[in-house]
Ligand binder design. Structure first.
Ligand code: AMP
Ligand code: MG
Length: 624
């Protein structure tokens, strides 16, 4: 696909969405983004700039960071009014359009329409598809010369509204597109939901979103993007007791039923007073009329010149707006206190009702992984039960004739299976229910049986080994036979080969991650591909933070691939954090992983790192 700077693109989102029950079509969620978002992603690489024609929710459209142009003809005159506005604003000689509800718009739309327009010296080029014996034109997928604005405006001014009426006297080039699915627009909410739910995306669709796709040299971020768009969350919620919700994924937004704290209260042990009583230029003497304790009601109402002794957390007496801590009081007797001028200001040490959380405001959002602080927060709101996503079931096994399980003798040429143990650890920490299926021999029948069994019992399957092109590796063939699976060579080190997709067996399906066999590669591929995907399937939103840390030494790095080096983060002599990579970084050397406390992420475009340069680091362990 080629980018043509002479062409601007216009996404037509100006309709009223009547067939969708007056919702704004372009903003409907579809496969992880909005419908208009899909169209934008697919048009952007084709043209110099993209704009949106919309007549409602303009701010939401502007959030795409592109110009938004409303119709200039009143009364929702249809897509032609949008085209008119687009031509009016267009700064390039050509404008290509696509509707906001066509998330499969072809990636070569602009290029092919432009080629036909130029070749045939036409005024307008439009897409057609073959529907049986009939040719179906798609006038909303068209490329127009910007100079045609007056023709269109005249047509509209004369009351014309038909999408294919305005160019009756112009020279039209038709371009036949083979994939009629690409022009499918989604008109009703039911249709939208049925696409999202019962017709999960095919890898082919997802992959076609990428501007350049080469399975044999796939950048890490493209692989991550494809995986992210392909997996779908499980939709099963369970209610668990508050304590059991620790580390689980919150399945619904939780709204605070109460104000926390429920009343204005004191942040200190001291004296509650009326700020208006404080003298600016001399000592203030206040009469102490009562003492108020936390949790014990008290009906003292201080008048002017009076105060109340108060404990931390006790409800502020009516009329009082400030608390002076007892250690700041200049003199105290049983009856009165003396406060020096300027010792406090009005409003000091008073906590407001609802300052932690207001009744009706969101306390925690869906997708959050519940941490200790959240348990406390939920307890403070009185929640005894919490809606969480059901745990994700993940089956895993190792492949290879050379593998032995611990406890077995290690025959010549064999190695102990370590991948199942690192996978056990990583999956358990991620909060999955695991099904450890042991070692599967490099034997087609055994592999097929294991994959089918895993597929019928789990939401996701993780295998290790057998996805490169070794002679005894049947894994690839069997995986491909059972479903929609693709095999990549990823531009990364360690861990180049990766199989990904979805397989089916007896009416059940499961997402599949075929990780490489080398022990470090397994962990790295798990952390950087499977982890996020599994979290997405769990409905969780938990991206890993990348920290920037100074590299202690120089690191050799080839540009054009992502390298994950095992690192040790420590404090340098100057007290500043620094990271050094562990010794041997071979993909089979698990010790490098075990010694490390972090991973140094060297991105595609990065080359050699000099000592003292900042590098991105992901810590293995967090605070909790
Ligand atoms: P493969 O991808 O199957 O060709 O395996 C690549 C390398 O990783 C070989 O040296 C295997 O012996 C090794 N390997 C594969 N699976 C495991 C495992 N489960 N535990 C330890 N090493 C493994
Ligand atoms: Mg193998």
């Amino acid at each position: 696909m080629q980018k043509n700077e002479q062409i601007s693109a216009l996404i037509l989102a100006g309709g009223r969405g009547s067939r969708m029950g007056h919702v704004d079509k372009g903003l409907q969620p579809f496969r992880g983004m909005t419908m208009a978002g899909h169209v934008l992603e697919r048009l952007k690489p084709q043209v110099g700039s993209v704009a949106i024609n919309a007549n409602q929710n303009l701010d939401a459209y502007r959030a795409f960071d592109v110009p938004v142009w409303p119709d200039e003809t009143a009364g929702f005159a249809g897509p032609l009014a949008g085209l008119e506005a687009g031509l009016h604003h267009c700064a390039t000689p050509y404008l290509v359009t696509a509707p906001c509800d066509s998330p499969f718009v072809p990636l070569d739309l602009a290029e092919r329409l432009f080629a036909a327009l130029s070749e045939q010296d036409a005024d307008i080029a439009l897409a057609v598809t073959q529907e049986g014996a009939r040719k179906q034109p798609h006038p909303v997928f068209c490329l127009v010369k910007t100079s045609l604005l007056p023709v269109l405006s005249q047509y509209l001014a004369d009351g014309g509204r038909k999408m294919d009426g305005w160019y009756a006297d112009l020279k039209v080039a038709e371009v036949l597109f083979e994939d009629s699915d690409a022009f499918r627009n989604i008109n009703t909410l039911d249709e939208l939901h049925s696409y999202d739910a019962s017709r999960p995306p095919r890898l082919k669709d997802v992959v076609s979103c990428l501007s350049a796709y080469d399975p044999d040299a796939l950048p890490v971020r493209d692989a991550q993007q494809i995986i992210g768009q392909f997996v779908t969350p499980i939709a099963a919620i369970e209610k668990v007791a508050l304590r059991s919700s620790l580390d689980r994924v919150l399945a619904q937004d939780l709204i605070s039923p109460i104000n926390v704290p429920a009343h204005d209260n004191s942040a200190m042990d001291g004296y509650a007073l009326r700020g208006a009583d404080l003298q600016a230029d001399g000592p203030t003497i206040l009469r102490v009329i009562s003492t108020v304790f936390a949790g014990r009601p008290n009906d003292a109402v201080p008048a002017a010149g009076e105060c109340v002794r108060i404990m931390t957390g006790a409800v502020m007496p009516p009329g009082c707006d400030s608390v002076i801590p007892q250690e700041h009081v200049a003199a105290i007797t049983d009856e009165e206190i003396t406060i020096d001028a300027g010792a406090i200001r009005t409003g000091d040490n008073r906590r407001f009702a609802g300052e932690d959380l207001k009744a009706g405001s969101p306390a925690l959002q869906k997708g959050r992984i519940i941490r200790p602080a959240d348990l406390g927060l939920l307890a403070s709101l009185g929640f005894a039960e919490v809606p969480v996503q059901r745990r994700l079931r993940v089956a895993f096994f190792s492949t290879g004739d050379e593998l032995r399980s611990i406890g077995e003798p290690l025959d010549t040429g064999c190695v102990y299976d370590s991948n199942r143990y690192t996978l056990y650890g990583m999956l358990t920490r991620l909060g999955c229910d695991i099904i450890d299926m042991g070692i599967v021999r490099d034997d087609p029948a055994a592999l097929e049986a294991a994959l089918r069994n895993a597929c019928e019992n789990a939401d996701a399957i993780i295998t290790s080994g057998g996805v490169s092109v070794g002679a005894a590796d049947y894994t690839r063939d069997i995986m491909a036979k059972l479903g929609d699976v693709t095999f990549w060579k990823i531009g990364m080190r360690p861990g180049r080969p990766l199989a990904f997709g979805k397989i089916d067996s007896n009416g059940r399906s499961a997402f599949l991650f075929g990780l490489p066999g080398n022990p470090v590669a397994v962990m790295v591929s798990f952390y950087f591909f499977a982890r996020n995907a599994l979290l997405a399937m769990m409905g969780a939103n938990a991206p890993l933070p990348l920290l920037k840390v100074r590299s202690k030494g120089a690191i050799r790095k080839k540009a054009g691939r992502t390298e994950y080096q095992r690192g040790i983060l420590s404090v340098g002599e100057d007290g500043v954090q620094q990271v050094a990579i562990t010794g041997a970084q071979g993909s089979g050397i698990l010790r490098s992983m075990s010694e490390a406390n972090c991973m140094v992420v060297l991105h595609d475009e990065q080359g050699n790192v000099a000592a003292g340069d900042l590098v991105d680091v992901i810590l293995f362990d967090g605070l909790i």
